[in-house]
Design a protein around this ligand. Sequence first.
Ligand SMILES: [Zn+2]
Length: 251
Amino acid sequence: MGTASTPPALLPNDDSALDAQDTADDEPDTIAMKGTGSKSQRLPVRAKIEFTAIISEEAADPEKAGDFGITRFAKPTYKTRTIAREKGVFQVKATLASDIKIKVRAKHGPDGQTDIESDSDPAITRANYSMIVFDFTPYHGSNKPPCTHFWARDLTLKHERFHAGEDEAFAKQGTEDVQKQLNHVKKLDEETLQTMLDNTPDFVLGVVNVNMGDAGETRAYDDGIKSYQARADAIKAKGDSGTYPPPSPAQ
Ligand SMILES: [Zn+2]
């Protein structure tokens, strides 16, 4: 198998790791190999790696029974990936793409919650408006509205789009980080370079995962609080002034 230096299992997270690996070899092979095309020839890297998100939205039930909606970021794959030896450097050009899939329930919430799309939604009545106001008013100390009997599909979609936007931004950040690391390497052999490119999708996925989770959820609810509060306020104002009709016998 290849050279003594083992390529990182994942791309090292700081420039110094790569520089250290590079200098540890004392660069003997840079002069040992004449001509071009040798597998072990070590060259600087000039990398241009781009990331694209393919965001799709579906009116469908999330996998988890209790979820109103879900956003899934898929590990990126290469759409293009080339390495060329030009003017004494490895020219890397690559494009990564990830599917980001948003799913939001089509009509009812997970516990049969009624969708209230605006303050003039036909489902609002004189009898239920104060319950809707309660459901859309975020709890004290949390920006998450209870949504026990009522939900807002459009605001859920907005929440999921916020997640998708963050997924995309963190993936771009991870990709830029890889590009920067490659461009900072003094010299590298092609095998190591290929391994690093192989590891890049996992690295980018890792950057997204480490930045999302609970913190991402809090940011998404923080982003949505004004929209829920505005809807609750508008419904309360109309309800208090007697705008809504009495419940129909069918309800
Ligand atoms: Zn969320």
